[in-house]
Ligand binder design. Structure first.
Ligand SMILES: *[C@@H]1O[C@H](CO)[C@@H](O)[C@H](O)[C@H]1NC(C)=O
Ligand SMILES: *[C@@H]1O[C@H](CO)[C@@H](O)[C@H](O)[C@H]1NC(C)=O
Ligand SMILES: *[C@@H]1O[C@H](CO)[C@@H](O)[C@H](O)[C@H]1NC(C)=O
Ligand SMILES: *[C@@H]1O[C@H](CO)[C@@H](O)[C@H](O)[C@H]1NC(C)=O
Ligand SMILES: *[C@@H]1O[C@H](CO)[C@@H](O)[C@H](O)[C@H]1NC(C)=O
Ligand SMILES: *[C@@H]1O[C@H](CO)[C@@H](O)[C@H](O)[C@H]1NC(C)=O
Ligand SMILES: *[C@@H]1O[C@H](CO)[C@@H](O)[C@H](O)[C@H]1NC(C)=O
Ligand SMILES: *[C@@H]1O[C@H](CO)[C@@H](O)[C@H](O)[C@H]1NC(C)=O
Ligand SMILES: *[C@@H]1O[C@H](CO)[C@@H](O)[C@H](O)[C@H]1NC(C)=O
Ligand SMILES: *[C@@H]1O[C@H](CO)[C@@H](O)[C@H](O)[C@H]1NC(C)=O
Ligand SMILES: CC(=O)N[C@H]1CO[C@H](CO)[C@@H](O)[C@@H]1O
Ligand SMILES: CC(=O)N[C@H]1CO[C@H](CO)[C@@H](O)[C@@H]1O
Length: 568
């Protein structure tokens, strides 16, 4: 075996293995086959490497943990590592050696958002100390599906605390337990949220892929701003069992990955019926047999498609001339010509009249009522509840009195309003139901589904930044794919709290494809066809100081027969 070596400075910073490897012992290839770069590697490339013996799943775990370590003090994308990850990977390596391969995710490390529960050494907290140390009766359905498919759950990704449902004055990506997630493409970049750590981790190759969750924008928005692909599935396609809830009517869990096909591989595994989430019983496919979303990745998927644009949602003079104007320029002058050249017919300005008449606080009535109802149902399932929190009143009291929760510098205004307004009631009141069904009417017949019907559309598109709201109300899917980044000379502007930069040169943005419920196959095909024609991700780079330095060559072989252990 011919091993090529490289004297790498980065190996010196590689401090998490118990015995240091000489910095001049870093491999770049074996028998002439180079190691893939973990910043951009795909599932299929990883599987090729595992099959050929170029590296093992244990090597991948070691490499990804080192990469998490490389950037954790600056970006805080990962809250917790799974102390069992290496042992799990070694078991999966042994299975593969005996000829058993569970599927395309066999041996691939994945990070999951810190609101998706596991029955292991890791916490599930939504970033709140009120749930630190709490225990669950079993793995969540999605964690169990990932494990069964052979994925290695590597750790928990940081997030906007409580999925951004606590404060009026907090910041995207901040949680008490995880600190402030920062995006990699600009100094102090607002990572968006609430799946902030999941998106940053996928973008920087801290895992093969990640899971995020969305109630209104929390997968697609951070995916777009961190230069990755996000799939927000139809509510009910993926189970919310043992996922810390915000709104049962709108919550959904989906993949965040570097390519459309990688996201599709993950969706293939996590989609499906769960006896613990009755929304999954609405899955319309015969015998709950999920379509093959990887097979939907088709270069020709845009040919002959009719695609609408609801301009009234985002194309106003104020937005065009303001700080997000560059996104509209990219949409009109870059994305639309690509879609047309790929054979799509663009039906511009398929207006959503419902968008302009939605009452300002309709959404908060729905979120407030759902959270008040759904949080106790989650808490009631805990088998160990160290802070004895059973409902939103308890959680608020804890948050206001526990110093690390940063109250009142970060307030509880969202909960205060919810408790004040509902005053002991929940999502069974006529006012709740009226606001909920009003949303379905505005976003449906007077919005997304109405325009699809009236114009015989296959899908709709928008810049991702503006795309989440009506699909959120309806529970319909969205796929976002990188579209561009703010050009040189863009004004640097801050988030509302003034502690992160929200716009600036080089910060990425995305293109969103949307359609009716269960249309993931169509949307994934279109997003893939756009991605394969544009390859925007490769044209937009993170800041050099934010790129993890550890690569596979530095860890290969280190966990084989030498008693190497990961320090946690
Ligand atoms: C949960 O984890 C505990 C501790 O490892 C284990 O004893 C128990 O069997 C697990 N429960 C389920 C349902 O897997
Ligand atoms: C799930 O159960 C709730 C409450 O029992 C019910 O309102 C809802 O219609 C059910 N959803 C589905 C998809 O069956
Ligand atoms: C669906 O399930 C039923 C009952 O298990 C079975 O008889 C039928 O063949 C299945 N259909 C398909 C298309 O798999
Ligand atoms: C950028 O900032 C300048 C100076 O404050 C302002 O005049 C201009 O309108 C801003 N441009 C955009 C696109 O917001
Ligand atoms: C879109 O349609 C609306 C109403 O039909 C019209 O007022 C508006 O000017 C159109 N906008 C564009 C960009 O075509
Ligand atoms: C809705 O808005 C009205 C008017 O601004 C306000 O009085 C009311 O408190 C709000 N209700 C909720 C539930 O936010
Ligand atoms: C909502 O409140 C009603 C009346 O207090 C109660 O009977 C019901 O169990 C509650 N439902 C939920 C989902 O919390
Ligand atoms: C509020 O929390 C504090 C400490 O976290 C606790 O001592 C107190 O009993 C709680 N109050 C209520 C009403 O739950
Ligand atoms: C929505 O909730 C508000 C606040 O309680 C209420 O005044 C209004 O009537 C509700 N709207 C509908 C359509 O039920
Ligand atoms: C934002 O970006 C500027 C560089 O344009 C940098 O000086 C500043 O420290 C960054 N952070 C914040 C919070 O403004
Ligand atoms: C995994 C982990 O926590 N790694 C490091 C994160 O950053 C702190 C502070 O820089 C280190 O002490 C940890 O070892
Ligand atoms: C507040 C904070 O930064 N908490 C933790 C975030 O996660 C890293 C591990 O990656 C820990 O080292 C931090 O202590």
């Amino acid at each position: 075996m011919k091993v090529s070596l490289l004297c790498s400075l980065s190996a010196i910073t590689f401090g998490l293995l118990t015995s240091a490897q000489s910095s001049c012992n870093t491999r770049t290839s074996i028998n002439g086959t180079p190691f893939p770069s973990l910043l951009d590697v795909t599932a299929e490339e990883l599987t090729t490497g595992l099959e050929s013996g170029l590296f093992t799943s244990a090597d991948l775990v070691n490499a990804y943990i080192a990469r998490i370590n490389d950037v954790n003090s600056t970006l805080r994308a990962v809250t917790q590592l799974n102390p069992d990850a290496l042992a799990i990977a070694q078991r999966l390596d042994a299975e593969r050696a005996k000829g058993t391969v569970r599927g395309p995710l066999h041996g691939l490390p994945i990070l999951i958002k810190n609101n998706i529960g596991t029955n292991d050494s890791m916490d599930n907290t939504a970033g709140s100390y009120s749930l630190a140390g709490a225990k669950l009766p079993r793995d969540s359905t999605l964690a169990a599906k990932l494990t069964k498919a052979g994925a290695v759950i590597l750790g928990k990704a940081n997030l906007s605390q409580w999925a951004n449902f606590r404060s009026d004055n907090s910041s995207n990506g901040w949680s008490a337990i995880g600190g402030q997630v920062v995006g990699a493409y600009f100094p102090d970049q607002d990572p968006s949220g609430s799946s902030s750590g999941s998106a940053v981790s996928s973008s920087l190759g801290l895992a093969f892929a990640t899971l995020g969750s969305e109630t209104d924008g929390s997968i697609i928005s951070p995916s777009a701003i961190n230069n990755v692909v996000g799939i927000k599935p139809t509510v009910g396609l993926t189970s919310r069992d043992l996922v810390i809830p915000l709104s049962e009517h709108q919550d959904t869990v989906g993949p965040i990955a570097r390519t459309v096909k990688d996201a599709a591989y993950v969706l293939n595994v996590i989609a499906g019926y769960s006896p613990y989430d009755n929304y999954t019983s609405a899955i319309p496919f015969q015998n709950y047999t999920i379509p093959d979303y990887v097979a939907a990745c088709n270069f020709s998927a845009l040919r002959g498609k009719r695609i609408g644009i609801p301009r009234n949602v985002f194309d106003t003079p104020r937005i065009r001339q303001g700080r997000y104007g560059a996104i509209l320029n990219s949409f009109d002058n870059y994305a639309l010509p690509v879609l047309r050249a790929a054979g799509a017919t663009i039906i511009d300005n398929t207006t959503w009249p419902g968008y302009d008449i939605e009452p300002a606080n309709r959404t908060s009535v729905v979120f407030d009522g759902d959270f008040i109802s759904d949080l106790p149902k989650y808490l009631a399932q805990l088998t160990y509840n160290p802070q004895n929190v059973h409902n939103l009143e308890d959680v608020r009291n804890f948050t206001q009195t526990f110093p690390l929760e940063d109250y009142p510098d970060r307030d509880t205004a969202v909960w205060d309003q919810a408790l004040d307004y509902f005053d002991g009631l929940n999502n069974t009141t006529p006012q709740f139901w009226g606001n909920y069904t009003l949303g379905l009417e505005l976003a449906g017949p007077q919005g997304l589904t109405g325009s699809i019907k009236n114009h015989s559309l296959d899908a709709l598109i928008m810049p991702t930044f503006f795309a989440s709201h009506f699909p959120a109300i309806l529970g319909t899917p969205v796929v976002t794919v990188p579209m561009g980044s703010y050009p040189a000379g863009t004004n640097v502007t801050q988030n509302a709290r003034g502690d992160l930069n929200a716009t600036g040169p080089g910060i990425p943005f995305g293109l969103a494809f949307m359609a009716g419920k269960w249309s993931e196959e169509t949307l994934i095909g279109m997003a893939y066809a756009f991605e394969q024609r544009t390859h925007v991700r490769g044209k937009v780079g993170p800041l050099a100081q934010n790129v993890p330095v550890t690569e596979l060559g530095e860890v290969v072989g280190m966990s084989r027969g030498r008693g190497m252990e990961v320090k946690l």
